[in-house]
Design a protein around this ligand. Structure first.
Ligand SMILES: Cc1cc2nc3c(=O)[nH]c(=O)nc-3n(C[C@H](O)[C@H](O)[C@H](O)COP(=O)(O)O)c2cc1C
Length: 265
């Protein structure tokens, strides 16, 4: 069993992506898996120029030999972790350049066998935390296209970083112990991804989730109890506005909650 971790941060070991993926791989290692890290920045994947050669047939990139060997390396892994930093509210370009050029030897969604190997996607955001779900949705779109059996998406922000680091080894163990579960057909594949957590999140859902993480984190701080009360009151107000069909009112409440919470963090 081999688990491959793909790190999309150009900062290599200095980034949070490295810290989290390393913890996941440590967990996989304790469960007996071999592990390997691929830093995308070492290869500087070029963007796909749609040259019209036969990469979708033979898996070979006519422009970049490393793109072919990268696809083979990913293909040879029994389970995968992909971690992308959030840049400008989406997965960063280094990671999406990797996606664009990946050509699986099995898993073409209209014809090949349904490989069903397990994969975990992680998106790491910075100061605001915003864009973390768009990034995850992009990672999981690629995982669906490539027919991986998905673990729950992992959004990471400064508001939940310590929880993610604590959970990461367990996720690695799950990856190491999971047997591939091929999809019966493309209907099952599509439905599996549509039903995953966070895949239907929009922007207000994202700020609500961020506000909830902030409130949870602040609960542990003695000096923040008044703020926590305010956040909880505003979130309850947002929920009643949503129930009443007042989307605009809900959005205003959520954005206020987030701003107050982030300022107090
Ligand atoms: C060009 C650029 C754009 C960024 N955009 C966002 C963003 O939209 N939302 C956010 O929360 N953080 C954003 N960040 C912060 C990074 O997501 C954050 O620093 C993260 O930790 C980077 O991952 P790494 O530590 O693994 O390198 C951005 C950083 C850069 C360099």
């Amino acid at each position: 069993m081999k688990v491959l971790g793909v790190v999309g941060s150009p900062r290599r070991e200095r980034g949070l992506s490295h810290r989290i993926v390393t913890k996941v791989l440590e967990g996989a290692n304790t469960a007996g898996a071999q592990t390997e890290l691929l830093y995308l920045i070492d290869q500087k994947p070029q963007y796909c120029i749609h040259c019209g050669h036969s990469c979708f047939e033979d898996g070979e990139c006519a422009q970049e030999a490393e793109a072919t060997s990268r696809s083979r390396l990913v293909d040879a892994a029994d389970a995968l972790v992909v971690c992308a930093p959030v840049y400008c509210w989406q997965a960063n370009g280094l990671t999406t350049a990797f996606f664009d050029k990946h050509r699986p030897s099995a898993g073409h969604w209209t014809r090949d066998r349904q490989h069903g190997r397990h994969a975990l996607g992680i998106a790491v955001a910075g100061g605001t935390g915003s864009g973390v779900f768009t990034a995850l949705q992009s990672i999981y779109a690629w995982m669906c296209l490539s027919k991986y059996r998905p673990l729950d998406p992992a959004p990471v922000t400064r508001f939940n970083l310590s929880d993610v680091l604590a959970d990461a080894p367990g996720l690695g163990r799950t990856l190491a112990e999971a047997q591939p579960r091929p999809f019966a057909d493309t209907a099952e594949l599509m439905l599996t991804y549509d039903q995953l957590r966070f895949m239907d999140f929009g922007r207000i859902d994202e700020f609500r989730w961020l506000a909830e993480q902030i409130a949870r984190g602040l609960e542990a701080r003695q000096d923040a109890q008044t703020t926590v009360d305010t956040l909880q009151r505003l979130m309850a107000e947002a929920t009643s506005k949503r129930t009443a069909g007042d989307a605009r009112g809900e959005a205003e409440c959520i954005m206020r909650t987030y701003r107050i919470g982030a300022a107090a963090w």
